[in-house]
Design a protein around this ligand. Structure first.
Ligand SMILES: Cc1cc2nc3c(=O)[nH]c(=O)nc-3n(C[C@H](O)[C@H](O)[C@H](O)COP(=O)(O)OP(=O)(O)OC[C@H]3O[C@@H](n4cnc5c(N)ncnc54)[C@H](O)[C@@H]3O)c2cc1C
Length: 403
């Protein structure tokens, strides 16, 4: 078993680390206080090739593998969660869903501009009355010739006001025998007539990012924008979440690392009772726990990434990686505040932002309660992976790097 990273992995890791540390870290507190996203972030991530890091070269991407995607997310969230959220929704929910379920024409049409940041994407599943229970989606799509007419409200959508397109799941077959078979998924142009969007303010965390709502009123979407067949929307959405959750897991791992580093630096510098607090064993317990959790979280996401590279379904492993890393990242950030004492309670240090940012990931991309139910279902034999009509393609470096 080889745990080492390749030269390409190390190269992308360093490039993203440099970008996040040099171009984002110096001003992130300012943007977090303003509750706005720095305008240079998305174009810069597009220019650097980060947004399409794991898309095949022929679709405008960098042709790198899923481990690279994880490493990118770890580096981004070590600086700020909002950067990783971009990867979760733009690259994960939007791009990878099109890569998995899209036709060749859809891949050509959408992936290249997504990879370059010429189009920004998001994933819009949650509604005011339906979050965990995707099958309860109320937004509708009615076929009218070679178009669908979409109506409904989507809520808590990351990048809602920044995105050009959204992957949207709605109910198109109201009389289907099972509600999960009544859904279909579309790429919706958010500049279409009938679409309105807005930001949600007053959030606990991810304040330097964008979270909002999308309202659809008689929005006409061409049939060729449907991702998958009619009635496949539940499966398409679950696949989208398998991709998105992986990025959340890897990102939360970066947040544990950042909490650990901040704690080590502060513990070595701050003195109490005549010596650095790093010498006090109760502080050492916290540091050791963060170091251990970082290793566990990293192993879990790398295993999920490795399975993704092989084209093996990884819902179970990705669920474990997401649940473990996000819970551990919240604990790590909270303990990092404790290590910093009163200073941790102000935004003079990063750790209070880390804790606020970590909290949301216990809720989004499938709450951690839902992750536990998924894992229990596998363990009890209530759930088994059935082949999908469209599986995520196996990562083949020769194929993915071919222009
Ligand atoms: C910052 C942020 C960004 C987001 N970005 C996006 C996005 O880009 N796109 C998108 O579509 N959505 C997004 N969401 C929405 C998110 O995915 C939902 O909030 C999440 O799926 C939970 O849905 P809900 O909030 O409606 O909670 P509910 O489903 O109402 O659940 C409420 C509580 O009940 C628990 N619960 C529900 N069912 C069960 C059960 N069967 N057993 C035990 N407990 C249960 C849940 O775990 C939760 O604790 C975002 C949310 C946040 C906070």
């Amino acid at each position: 078993m080889d745990f080492s990273l390749t030269a390409e992995h190390e190269m992308v890791q360093k490039m993203v680390r440099d970008f996040a540390q040099r171009e984002v870290a110096p001003t992130i507190k300012e943007w977090d206080r303003k509750q706005d996203m720095a305008p240079h972030i998305l174009p810069r991530m597009g220019k650097l090739g980060i947004l399409g890091v794991c898309f095949p070269v022929r679709y405008g991407g960098q042709g790198m593998d899923f481990i690279s995607l994880g490493l990118v997310c770890e580096e981004l969230e070590a600086v700020d969660t909002t950067l990783r959220v971009v990867m979760s929704v733009h690259t994960g929910l939007a791009g990878l869903t099109i890569l998995q379920w899209g036709t060749n024409e859809q891949k050509k049409r959408f992936l290249e501009p997504l990879a370059h940041g010429d189009l920004i994407g998001c994933g819009a599943f949650t509604e005011p009355g339906a979050g965990s229970d995707i099958a309860a989606i109320q937004a509708t799509g009615k076929r009218d010739g070679d178009q669908y007419i979409l109506n409904g409200e989507k809520m808590w959508i990351s990048l809602a006001t920044k995105a050009d397109i959204a992957i949207v799941t709605v109910r198109t077959i109201p009389d289907a025998a099972k509600s999960s078979r009544s859904l279909s998924t579309f790429v919706v142009d958010l500049h279409s007539p009938g679409v309105t969007t807005g930001d949600i303010h007053g959030k606990l965390g991810v304040r330097a990012g964008s979270t909002g709502w999308i309202s659809l009123q008689d929005v006409r979407v061409p049939v060729e924008n449907r991702i998958g067949e009619e009635g496949e929307g539940f499966k398409v959405t679950m696949s989208a979440l398998d991709s998105g959750r992986y990025t959340v897991a890897a990102g939360a791992t970066g947040l544990i690392r950042a909490s650990l580093k901040a704690s080590v630096d502060y513990a070595n510098e701050r003195r109490a009772f005549g010596e650095p607090i790093a010498k006090h064993q109760l502080i050492q317990v916290k540091i050791a726990r963060m170091a251990q959790d970082y290793e566990i979280a990293r192993l879990l996401y790398l295993k999920a990434g490795w399975l993704k590279n092989q084209g093996v379904r990884n819902t179970r492993e990705t669920s474990m990686a997401k649940q473990f890393a996000t819970a551990a990242s919240f604990t790590a950030a909270s303990e990092a505040i404790q290590v910093h004492g009163a200073y941790g309670y102000s935004d003079e240090y990063d750790v209070e932002r880390f804790m606020r940012n970590a909290r949301g990931a216990l809720i989004y991309e499938g709450s951690n309660e839902i992750q536990i139910l998924i894992q229990a279902d596998y363990a009890l034999g209530h759930r088994r992976d059935k082949p999908l009509r469209c599986e995520m393609p196996v990562y083949d470096p020769i194929d993915w790097q071919e222009a």
